[in-house]
Ligand binder design. Structure first.
Ligand SMILES: Nc1ncnc2c1ncn2[C@@H]1O[C@H](COP(=O)(O)OP(=O)(O)OP(=O)(O)O)[C@@H](O)[C@H]1O
Ligand SMILES: [Mg+2]
Length: 251
């Protein structure tokens, strides 16, 4: 068996607000191997974002263990967690979270600046080309469509060459064609070896992944393989064909 990239053992997250206690995650065990493409599903409030924030090292569990690339990270302090995030993880959010008055290229350079990396401009350009935005480097977010903004966010997530890409509802604000385009980018990254984990409310979106994990009440209730995941490229090609057919009615 390959070494897991993510392994959590009995992690729990409890929020206490006054006399109210919420057990957002309860004794969750999970192993994810390198190269997996996982969808996290479940009803609102079931703990998906809490779980993503923990595996993304944006937060710490109340109890339990978390090994990222075999390193125990559950007990690290904020600085160490930031370092780990920079080294291993790339994030894509539902609302893109781009700096509004900053060009696509500068947005993508940001994680490299935090890491004090060299050759930032070239690396940012390369990442933008990879997501198909080679011709939009100087555009600010306001000059880009939602799908293009999300591609900038993906470029920013991959510019550090992370092992794992995490997305919390990355297609949540996009129409179905644009979602498909974003899923095509994720599938391409996954084919190139990245581990990808996304939260989604949409069964259609989840069917593009290789594995679906369903949460309910802070626990994993279902963990299943997807027999033959939907290929986003194929869907996009058929969308294009049917549009062409509409434009050229047969005599
Ligand atoms: N910072 C917080 N303080 C207190 N309670 C919280 C906090 N964050 C989350 N919770 C609670 O933990 C539970 C799980 O929330 P979480 O955001 O993980 O759900 P989710 O599955 O992502 O839902 P959604 O699909 O609506 O995004 C909820 O009951 C929520 O109210
Ligand atoms: Mg959520």
């Amino acid at each position: 068996m390959p070494k897991p990239i993510i392994e959590v053992r009995k992690i729990s997250k409890r929020y206490v607000m006054g006399d109210q206690v919420v057990n957002a995650l309860r004794d969750v065990d999970l192993v994810i191997e390198p190269g997996e493409f996982v969808a996290i599903m479940g009803p609102s409030g079931s703990g998906k974002s809490t779980f993503m924030n923990l595996i993304g090292c944006l937060d710490r569990p109340t109890s339990g263990e978390y090994f990222l690339n075999e390193e125990e990270v559950a007990g690290l302090d904020d600085n160490k967690l930031a370092e780990i995030r920079n080294r291993y993880l790339g994030f894509v959010f539902q609302n893109f979270n781009l700096l509004p008055r900053t060009s696509a290229q500068k947005n993508v350079e940001l994680p490299l600046m935090y890491a004090g990396a060299k050759g930032r401009g070239e690396r940012a350009k390369k990442a933008l080309v990879m997501v198909g935005l080679g011709n939009r480097m100087d555009h600010t977010p306001a000059m880009l469509s939602g799908g293009q903004q999300q591609r900038v966010a993906i470029a920013r997530a991959i510019v550090n060459d992370p092992m794992v890409i995490l997305g919390d509802e990355p297609t949540g604000n996009l129409d179905s064609r644009t979602s498909e385009e974003i899923l095509a980018v994720f599938q391409e990254l996954n084919r190139n070896g990245k581990t990808v984990i996304i939260v989604t409310h949409e069964e259609d979106v989840a069917q593009h992944c290789k594995r679906i994990i369903r949460f309910r009440d802070g626990q994993i209730r279902v963990d299943e393989r997807v027999e033959s995941p939907t290929d986003a490229r194929t869907v996009l090609d058929s969308m294009n064909l049917s549009e062409e057919a509409k434009l050229q009615p047969t005599a």
